[in-house]
Structures are given as structure tokens and as C-alpha cells.
Design a protein around this ligand. Sequence first.
Ligand SMILES: Cc1ncc(COP(=O)(O)O)c(C=O)c1O
Length: 414
Amino acid sequence: MPADGEHRALLDDTYKLFSLTNPLHADAFPSVRQMEAEVVAITADLLGGGPNGPNLNVCGAMTSGGTESILSAVKASRDYMAERKGIREPEMIIGVSAHAAYWKAAEYFRIKLHVVPVGRDFRLSVANVRRYINRNTAILVASAPGFPHGLVDDVKGIARLAARAGICCHVDACLGGFCLPFVRRLGGRVPPFDFSVPGVTSMSVDTHKYGQAHKGTSVVLYSCPELRAHQYTRITDWTGGLYISPGLAGSRPGALIASAWASLVHLGEEGLMAATRDIINARDTLIAGIRSEIPELEVIGEPEMGVVAFRSRKPRDINIYVLNDWLSTRGWHLNALQAPPALHFCFTAMNAVSAPALVVALRQGVAEQLANPQVAAEAARRGSAPLYGMANVTLDRGMLGEFLVAYQDVMLIP
Ligand SMILES: Cc1ncc(COP(=O)(O)O)c(C=O)c1O
């Protein structure tokens, strides 16, 4: 299995070797510079760029993670649209299933955000995006796949809308970039989602997710260097000297670049394919298990890769958040979703073996709630269940926001 001890030991050893390097000083650390360029090239190659891809101009940079890749792409796209189209009050359209990082980007970069519904199939469609486009629209966003339900949006349709309007289209492939190409090679159904789609202008792809690298790295790709240049900060009259930096950070950990490079080179396409095969088998085991053995639960949509979301068919009998708390006490870690109330499990190369055990645990958890409704009702007043229960019914988002701030404050108390 690729994500085993040997792979991790290689990453850890590589990190140690490069722990004092910093690509801000490319002249001092030429090998780190080379590795960043190669990680970007490997990623572009997989996603419609590179010498064999339909778009030879695809280029990019490494960042600290998916959020930073998204922030970088949104900032560059905003500034590119200001230059190209004179858009001074930029707007961005995302689906409700887009990652929280877009809210952050809109907040940081003062972009008006339209959060639009997804379709009945939980995917963002052209119809839902089109009606929000106006002369200030600078960026459309599609996910491949989205975090909540693991479903790929209509990238082709949304990118076509962007191309017609002459604006940017970012595809969030933070989860999918190192997995979907291999799902396709294994014969799975994957709609077009990368630079082979005309109109896609940028993508975020996380090495620290399905690239199996240490946490702290991602790749942001652009359809052309002119767009990428708007991510850079150049200062020509600073007393500290001539300054150019590609992204949000100044100094960066060269060790993470080196270990991400080691991860991709060690895995190769064979390793990524093997991991994807395990992940897809695990997804199929969970989906088949829920459909055949747990009629109280319903899988949401037809996920292309290893993120499987499900909800209760009978919320009066099965409280999905109580089920989540029950699973947590037994060592499982699932993500709680809202609107609609649901859970998801994200299969990786490391945890794919656990799919049959998860089906058993879900069956037991559901059976316990059905057998002990009073205990379940009591459990709905403890743990995370009441918070999520409240989040799904309260209209007072301000109060919930205050709660989140208080929670974050507490987390930062030593
Ligand atoms: C689809 C998607 N986009 C973006 C992100 C943000 O990535 P990060 O947590 O690395 O900042 C995630 C994280 O799970 C994600 O699933």
C-alpha cells in the first residue's frame, strides 16, 4: 500500500535533510527551487497542462495548502480582471457546496460573493450560476469535487459561461486533482474538470491530500503566465532590495516542498493509481453496504471518488448527529454537514481498509438509536448533536457566529 510506513519514513527523512532551506532565497537553495518547479510540472501534466496537454501554457506555484491556493487564485483572478476588463467592484459566484476558503477570499480581498444553490443532484449547474452573472462578475467557481458531498460540478458548462463572458473560472480540485485522473483511467465516470476544458483559468490541487505529502503543501495552477503574475508581489524601490515573492508567504519551508516532491516521485502514477483503486473499492463497499443493509440512511448523489456523504431518511427516528457522536465514541471520525443534515466519510489510501468495519458500525449505531429512542433523545442534548441541531433550525446566524468566535478563543488558550 502506498501510504504505508515506508512512504512516511521517506517523507520524514526528506524533511530532515531540507529542514533549514527557504525557497525565498532561490540562489542559496537551487535544489528546492527545482523541486517546486517539478511538483508544479507534474501536477500540470496530470491536469491538461504539460508538453502533451491541450494547454501548453499551464503554469503555477506551490502554496501552504488548499486554502492558500484558493486565496491566491482568487486574488490573481480579481486583479487580472481589473486589468483586462476594468472590473473595480468584483463579484464571485460559488455554489453552496464550495469550500469555506472562498468566503475567506471574498472577505480578505473585498469581493462580493454570490452563494448559489446546487441542483437536486447536489452539483452546481449552469442554470444556477447564469442568473447571477453581471458586468462586475470576475470569477466563477466549480468544485471537482466539493468537500461536503464529494460530487463534481458541471465544470464544462460553468467554464463555458466564463469563457463567453471573458471572465475567470477557478476549479477547486484540492481533493480531486491527484485522484480523479486515476478514477478515469480505472474506467470510472469522471466529467471533464481540468485544463482540457476551455474556459478553465485556474485550479487548486492539494499535494497534502491525495498527493500523500506532509501537511502544508498544495499547488495552484493557471492557464497562462499573465494570470499567474497577478499572484506575485514585486517591489522595486524597497530599501531592503529588489523583492519578488510568488504568493502570500515570504519565507517558506523548503523542507515541505522537498517532501512533497519526494512523495510524488516515490508514488509515481503507479502508486497514485493503486491508491485510487483502494479508495474507489472502499467507496463502493460503503455505498453498497448502506444501500443493502441500512435502509434508514441514504447516500447523497453518486460520488466520483472517495468522499461519501449520507443522511437519515427518517430524521425523526435517526438523528444523524447523534449517530455521529456515537461513532466518535467508538473511534470513528466523520464530518458533520448541514443543509441538509448529513455526515461524510473521506476515504484515503490509509483508511480504505476500514470500509467494511464502517458499514458494521453504521448498522450498529442505527440499530441502537432505533432500539433506544429515549437514549437517543437524551444524546441529542449532549455532544455536538445539539449544536448542529440548532445550526440547522436557527435563523440567528449572528449568534452562531459569536459562538464560533468564542470556541476559537478557547482553542487558543494554553
Ligand atoms: C474541496 C476542498 N477545497 C479546499 C479545501 C481547503 O484545503 P486546506 O484545508 O488544505 O486549506 C478543502 C479541504 O478539505 C477541500 O476539501
